[in-house]
Design a protein around this ligand. Sequence first.
Ligand SMILES: [Zn+2]
Length: 93
Amino acid sequence: MADRFIAKADDGYVIKDRGTGKVVSRHGSIAAAAAVLREAVKQETRKQRPCITCGTLFWSEGAHNRMCDPCRTRSQEAPYQIGHRRGRIGARV
Ligand SMILES: [Zn+2]
């Protein structure tokens, strides 16, 4: 992953490459620079991973994203509760 950081410039903020020291992009506010940097990191952490449910390779956004879109949609549509509802577990009074 490219190592970049945000630096203050005369006319706003810039994203610089730590290795080369070159300006990668210029932004009017620190929030805009942070958004661009965050998006770049997100793109770089994307990689193809097999879905934990069906095994199909898909573009994962990172270690937290292990289920392909069709499986995720299906799991969201699935009934919230499986089986019979039972009483609370614990001491009966
Ligand atoms: Zn899947």
